[in-house]
Design a protein around this ligand. Structure first.
Ligand code: RAT
Ligand code: ZN
Length: 436
């Protein structure tokens, strides 16, 4: 298959046919068609627009050295992490290709993803080496490649993760930022919210009167910092990833204080939701670097307390542990300022996505955001969104079939309305983000 022959999501059609009552056996096909033709807003990625230059990752070597694949590599190779980190990027990609794609069948979710990307561009999926793929990606120009990739993925917009304290991103924001129409910013606050002891001095050196204990004027000054970065980035929301041990409220903890006294008031003032991604156990194996994080079950009373104490704030929440998913959906029934989103990281496997999505539909109807890609390398959006559509289709179809059996009328129009909500308007309503 070549790039141009790929079936990418089409524009929606509307006709009398969409109002026609569907029979049970027509439902799956209609659902598949609606999912394929509806452009998604990818609400959380680690992608960057071309303005950010080299920190925007794309191409075969970056795809193969994705940290999800690196952790799989060490299970199928005798190379130690220390030996691996000494290799160049190209050598690492070659080693991963050899171990996971040549010597073994790439049947895990992340390895299958690379196969799907190669196939999407008509590149060999079972070659012994990467020469042809490297030639192909090397010949692309980034602007048109982005357009092509997003079109194949059926994604109209991607939301970035932008850390105002990141030395690589900063210069771009300080010299005018970015204005790519399909890329949108998010203020990521990990360094401030849980990395305060290591990072408060950076704020201080930029002229914000903060101190190590976040006392005195610090809270007002963090708010001034956020307002300044809001002007620079025009973000759609603020975000943080939190450990499984996160508690709220927690008198002894600076994270809790900064969140309630600085970040949430700023979110209210600026009209932004706050995204909380909870459940990471950082660096359980530091030898693996970025691949060394794991998962832990969190105490979701923190969410209950936040949603109840701050009814004027809107929260986007994703939890990493499978064991927390049901509770999260139940809390969303209790608090309409809570929007569950995504099947994140170790959850982004068809079996788990299926379970979580069914649970959410049964408890929340269409009032949730089923998925985000979390892509770190541009072309990953192709397989991640393809897989999401493929997993969602039978789940949604099954929900309509049950509804039909219970006596309702199912039409394409209704399916389209629901998919719009799941793929776009739940997020748009939460963030105020409008189609151009
Ligand atoms: O999924 C990932 O790539 C993780 O490494 C994390 O970056 C996570 O998505 C996050 O946003 O913290
Ligand atoms: Zn992420």
């Amino acid at each position: 298959m070549t790039a141009t022959s790929i079936k990418s999501p089409r524009k929606n059609g509307s006709s009398a046919a969409s109002a026609r009552r569907l029979k049970s056996e027509q439902i799956l096909g209609e659902v598949q068609d609606v999912l394929a033709s509806t452009q998604v807003i990818d609400i959380h990625t680690h992608l960057f627009s071309p303005a950010f230059g080299k920190i925007g990752l794309w191409g075969i070597d970056k795809l193969l050295t994705y940290h999800y694949l690196e952790s799989e590599f060490f299970r199928s190779s005798d190379t130690t992490p220390e030996e691996y980190w000494k290799l160049s990027k190209t050598e690492r990609a070659d080693a991963i290709w050899q171990a996971l794609f040549v010597e073994n069948s790439p049947i895990s979710e992340s390895t299958r993803g690379v196969v799907a990307v190669l196939d999407a561009f008509g590149l060999p999926t079972n070659a012994s080496g990467l020469q042809e793929a490297r030639r192909f990606f090397g010949a692309q120009s980034i602007q048109s490649h982005i357009r092509k990739v997003l079109q194949i993925a059926g994604a109209s917009d991607v939301v970035m993760t932008n850390d105002p304290l990141d030395p690589e991103e900063r210069p771009v924001w300080m010299s005018g930022g970015q204005n790519h129409p399909q890329f949108h910013a998010v203020i990521r606050l990990d360094r401030i919210l849980w990395g305060w002891p290591q990072h408060w001095q950076q704020l201080a050196s930029e002229g914000y009167a903060v101190d190590e204990r976040a006392s005195g004027k610090s809270i007002d000054e963090v708010r001034r910092f956020l307002a300044d970065w809001h002007k620079r980035m025009r973000p759609l929301y603020m975000a943080v990833s939190l450990a499984d041990t996160f508690q709220f409220p927690d008198e002894r903890c600076i994270t809790s204080k900064l969140l309630s006294d600085a970040v949430l008031p700023s979110c209210r003032e600026l009209g932004l939701p706050m995204s909380l991604m909870i459940g990471v156990r950082r660096q359980v194996n530091p030898r693996l670097r970025l691949a060394g994080d794991a998962v832990g079950k969190a105490d979701l009373r923190s969410i209950e307390n936040l949603c109840r104490e701050f009814p004027e704030n809107r929260f986007l929440v994703s939890v990493l542990s499978r064991e927390n998913q049901h509770e999260l959906a139940v809390y969303a029934r209790k608090f309409n300022n809570l929007m569950p989103f995504g099947c994140w990281w170790f959850l982004n496997n068809p079996s788990i996505v299926e379970e979580i999505t069914r649970e959410r539909i049964e408890l929340l109807g269409t009032s949730f955001i089923p998925q985000h890609s979390d892509a770190r390398v541009l072309e990953q959006v192709i397989y991640k969104w393809h897989n999401t559509r493929r997993t969602l289709a039978p789940i949604l179809a099954n929900a309509y079939q049950l509804l039909l059996a219970d006596g309702a009328e199912i039409t394409r129009q209704k399916i389209q309305r629901d998919v719009n909500r799941l793929f776009r308007t739940n997020f748009q309503k939460w963030t105020g983000f409008r189609d151009e």
